[in-house]
Write a new protein. Structure first.
Length: 370
C-alpha cells in the first residue's frame, strides 16, 4: 500500500501545470526511461490473437413465423374428438378436431333466417316487377321491395361470411341451405402440410372461443437464433455462411438484430437452414459457427486496465524510442480480465500495462511527466 501511495504521489509531483494543452491521438508523449520508472510505468509485448475463420456462439432452433399456424376454436364449445396427436404429420385439408358448439348452431340459425328472408323478398320482387307494367302494383311498392331485398341480401352475405370465418366450408353452407337443418359440429381443418407441435386440449373438455387447440409447423426451413456479443455483431453480414456443430447442414444469416438484450448484452443473429438435418427440432440448443467478415484480419489481446477511453473511443499507449503514443483500437470483445481489439499494429509493439493513469493525465492535458 505504501509503495502504491508513493507512486501516485510521485505522479502528482511530476506533472506540469493543469493548463497544459491536451495531446492528440498519434502525438508522442516524450518521456524518458527514468521518468517512466519513477511514476511506475510498465510495458508488455502486444499479444496477437488471430481471428478464426468462424466464430462459435450458442443458439436455439426455432420455426420461422411464416411457417407456423395456431389452430384456435373460433367458437366456444365441447371438444368431441381429436383426430391427431402431438408430433403427428398432417396434410392441408385434414380434419384435426371436432367441437360441439351451441354458438355455431346460433350462427347457422341467424344465417338461415337471413337467407330465407332474402329468398322470399327475391320472389316478391320478381312478381311485383312483372305486374308493375300493367298497373297491378304501384311503382312505389316495387321500389320499397327492392330496398328491402337489397338489405336482406347484404345481411345474408354477412351471415355467410361469419360462418366461413368460424370454419364452415362453402359446401357445408350449401348443405345447410338445402336441408335447413342446424349442425353444431365445428371442425378444425389443417391449412398447411406440417407437424403438430402442441395439442392443448383433451376430448370432453369445454373451451372458450379462440382457445388454442393445436399448434402446427413446417419444419423446413428452420431458423437458428444465435446469441452474439454486441461488440461482435458488426463482424457479420446478411448472407454469411453458418454451420452447426455436430450437424451436417449449411445455412445463411438472414437478419441481424437491431437491439441488444440488456442482461446478456447479446444481439440475436438469425440463420436460415433450407435443408436442415432431420434431428434438428424447435427449441433445441445448438452451437453455431458464423463466417466473419473480419476473417483473416489480425486481432490482439490486451489487459482491460491497459486501455483508456476518450468518449466512445478506446486507446492503448504504445512505447516508442523516446516516449509513448496513444494509439486507437477497435474493441471486438470485452471480458473482465482482457479485451480483444483490432488496430494498426506491426505486431512487435510494447504497450503500457501499468502506470496508465499518469500517461492518461498527460495525454488529456492535465500535466506532463517530468
Amino acid at each position: 500500500m505504501l509503495r502504491a501511495v508513493t507512486i501516485i504521489m510521485s505522479a502528482v509531483c511530476l506533472t506540469a501545470p493543469l493548463a497544459a494543452a491536451p495531446v492528440r491521438a498519434g502525438d508522442e508523449l516524450a518521456i524518458s526511461a527514468v521518468q517512466a520508472e519513477r511514476v511506475g510505468i510498465e510495458t508488455s509485448p502486444l499479444e496477437q490473437q488471430p481471428a478464426p475463420a468462424g466464430l462459435s456462439f450458442p443458439g436455439r432452433i426455432t420455426v420461422p413465423p411464416d411457417r407456423t399456424r395456431l389452430m384456435n376454436a373460433q367458437l366456444g364449445g365441447r371438444v368431441e374428438r381429436l383426430l391427431v396427436r402431438t408430433d403427428a404429420v398432417v396434410k392441408a385439408g385434414d380434419v384435426l378436431a371436432e367441437i360441439q358448439s351451441p354458438a355455431l348452431a346460433s350462427a347457422q340459425s341467424e344465417f338461415l333466417v337471413a337467407f330465407n328472408k332474402e329468398r322470399l323478398l327475391k320472389t316478391n320482387l320478381d312478381r311485383e316487377e312483372q305486374l308493375a307494367p300493367y298497373g297491378a302494383v304501384p311503382r312505389k311498392q316495387v321500389i320499397v321491395t327492392q330496398s328491402e331485398y337489397d338489405q336482406a341480401r347484404a345481411t345474408a352475405a354477412e351471415r355467410r361470411a361469419a360462418l366461413l370465418h368460424v370454419g364452415m366450408t362453402e359446401a357445408a353452407i350449401d348443405r345447410l341451405t338445402a336441408t335447413q337443418k342446424l349442425d353444431p359440429k365445428l371442425t378444425l381443418i389443417a391449412p398447411i402440410d406440417g407437424v403438430v407441435l402442441d395439442s392443448a386440449t383433451m376430448p370432453g373438455q369445454t373451451v372458450e372461443a379462440l382457445a388454442l387447440i393445436f399448434k402446427l409447423a413446417q419444419l423446413s426451413p428452420l431458423w437458428a437464433e444465435v446469441q452474439v456479443p454486441a461488440l461482435r455483431a458488426e463482424d457479420f453480414a446478411v448472407g454469411a455462411r453458418v454451420t452447426l456443430k455436430g450437424h451436417d447442414c449449411i445455412g445463411r444469416v438472414v437478419s441481424i438484430g437491431s437491439s441488444v438484450e440488456p442482461t446478456s448484452q447479446t444481439v440475436i443473429v438469425r440463420a436460415q437452414f433450407d435443408e436442415p438435418d432431420t434431428d434438428l427440432r424447435p427449441g433445441q440448443m445448438i452451437e453455431a459457427q458464423i463466417a466473419s467478415t473480419a476473417s483473416g484480419k489480425t486481432e490482439w489481446r490486451v489487459r482491460t486496465g491497459a486501455m483508456v477511453r476518450r468518449g466512445p473511443e478506446a486507446y492503448v499507449f504504445v512505447q516508442t524510442d523516446t516516449g509513448f503514443v496513444a494509439t486507437p483500437v477497435k474493441v471486438r470483445e470485452e471480458l473482465p480480465a482482457f479485451a480483444v481489439v483490432s488496430g494498426s499494429f506491426r505486431g512487435d509493439e510494447r504497450i503500457v500495462v501499468r502506470g496508465v493513469a499518469a500517461l492518461k493525465g498527460a495525454w488529456q492535458g492535465l500535466g506532463g511527466v517530468e
